[in-house]
Design a protein around this ligand. Structure first.
Ligand code: ASP
Ligand code: MG
Length: 478
């Protein structure tokens, strides 16, 4: 990381655990100051204190149900937590007084909103967003006050002033051009004057100024949007783990941090990688061809996982092994499907009508059966919906069976190096055979970045362990 020795523009984002209490926030401030004192201009983006967004959601729901008392308790708890943190983090009397007044003002406003919702007995997605936006507004003020107390020129900024979104409440998408103009006008001067702006993650506002949220866990995405807008040199996502791991360390104790991944590989990690990094984070970065680094607030010396446009092909090809649990394997079988166009289309539409998303699809070339994997919770609705759609075919016995097998898992090996490398599938299947694991279905995406296998749930850990052995020791070149 030669580049970081000169003065760079950094965007650094801290998650809910990093903002979780006064000790954690002290550590966050140390990292911010560290980057800043190295001469960089630093834009900081923060999540709400851990648990606060959930509490706010609960409060909004209860108020929507007409519960007048619920918000008093939860907002009281949120107020106490933030007041105590300020007490610990700020010693200057004036900074403390101002910060406490600021927090009180926000929470008093929130109480009124909950009160109105309780009277109306109705909470709209728009109302949810407004209420759920408060966690970040509060946490940004904690960090800014602490940095001010330490003698830095820091200020909390609500991203409602910066990120312009559509009005798809709860999952709003940014308008990048308008956002970029606002961000540049507001933030660049502050950064040039060597100030430390602390911007709220997760939230934005519509063109009309109505508060929106970008989806749960989307503070990472906010940081990428803001980083892209200021043309950041580096984007660091600070979280509470060292990086994205080769697999779940509870299953394989020797699991380790993956030093580099490409955007394509992160995409294949699907919801496993998403626990560490919000999937939308990469989009603004891909558009600019720049990198994201996942780092640990509580172990800042570790360089974490670097995510970059190109994949670094590693020896052994497999980089990570993931597992998706609580899924079922649904099959539609029958000789009458052979050569009949539209069967797959109708089946999949029936699945969609049952609100089930499919993780994996496979059909043999004989066309006598097709199968797909869906969450176990959607099985009954899905089978019902397919049987209804194919009722004639079933009557005619063109379709013999529409059924599901529970207690299966999808195990996936990911690595761009598997692309165009003959023998990878053989090694994957061989490893499972040696471990005595029976494979029910195999699927490889056309990207060739991943191979997914459906196995019985009881074989899950053994399968992951066997496949993890295929990952070569990677020399960590930094
Ligand atoms: N506070 C928000 C949430 O809990 C956003 C985030 O933490 O990224 O979903
Ligand atoms: Mg997160």
């Amino acid at each position: 990381m030669e580049k970081s020795r000169s003065s760079n523009l950094l965007t650094i984002k801290f998650g809910g655990t990093s903002m979780g209490g006064h000790d954690a926030i002290r550590q966050v401030a140390r990292i911010v100051i560290d980057h800043f004192e190295q001469g960089h201009r630093v834009l900081t983006v923060v999540s709400a204190m851990s648990g606060v967004t959930d509490l706010l959601k609960q409060t909004a729901r209860a108020s929507g149900d007409g519960d007048e008392a619920a918000h008093v308790a939860t907002i009281g708890e949120i107020r106490r937590r933030h007041q105590e943190t300020i007490e610990q983090l700020v010693s200057d009397a004036i900074i403390k007084r101002d910060a406490l007044a600021d927090i009180d003002g926000l929470l008093d406003g929130l109480i009124q909103m909950c009160h109105s919702i309780a009277i109306l007995r109705d909470v709209t997605p728009r109302g949810m967003d407004l209420i759920m936006s408060f966690g970040e507004r509060l946490s940004a003020r904690l960090l800014a006050a602490h940095l001010k107390d330490a003698g830095y020129q820091s200020m909390a900024i609500d991203a409602t002033e910066l990120i312009v979104t559509d009005d798809n409440f709860q999952d709003a998408a940014p308008y990048m051009e308008e956002t970029t103009t606002k961000v540049r006008t507001h933030l660049i001067p502050l950064l040039e004057q060597r100030k430390l702006p602390i911007v709220t993650g997760y939230i934005g506002s519509t063109r009309k100024g109505i508060v929106t949220t970008l989806g749960r866990g989307a503070s990472d995405f906010s940081a990428a949007i803001l980083g892209a807008a200021i043309d950041t040199d580096e984007l660091y996502i600070y979280t509470d783990v060292d990086g994205i791991m080769t697999t779940d360390p509870r299953i394989v104790p020797t699991a380790r941090v993956i030093p580099t991944l490409s955007y394509g590989e992160v995409g294949e990690l699907a919801y496993f990688g998403a626990k560490v990094l919000h999937p939308k984070t990469v989009q603004p970065m891909i558009d600019r061809g720049s990198t994201v680094r996942v780092r640990n607030t509580f172990n800042p010396a570790h360089m974490g996982t670097l995510i970059q446009p190109q994949s670094e092909i590693t020896e052994g090809a497999v980089k990570a092994v993931t597992v998706i649990k609580d899924v079922s394997l649904c099959s539609v079988e029958g000789r009458g499907m052979v050569g009949v166009p539209g069967m797959a289309g109708r089946t999949f539409l029936a699945v969609a009508r049952a609100q089930a998303s499919m993780y994996l699809i496979s059909q043999s070339s004989s066309e006598q059966s097709m199968c797909f994997v869906i969450p176990t919770g959607r099985v009954e609705a899905t089978l019902g919906s397919i049987r209804q759609e194919l009722v004639k075919e079933i009557e005619r016995r063109d379709i013999d069976r529409v059924w599901a097998r529970d207690d299966v898992v999808i195990v996936t090996t990911v690595g761009a190096g598997m692309r165009g490398m003959p023998g990878v599938a053989a090694r994957v299947c061989g490893a499972l055979a040696n471990a005595g694991v029976n494979i029910l279905v195999i699927a490889q995406g056309s990207s060739e970045y991943s191979i997914s296998l459906v196995v019985e749930a009881q074989d899950s850990n053994r399968a992951v362990q066997a496949l993890h052995n295929l990952i070569a020791e990677v020399r960590e070149v930094r």
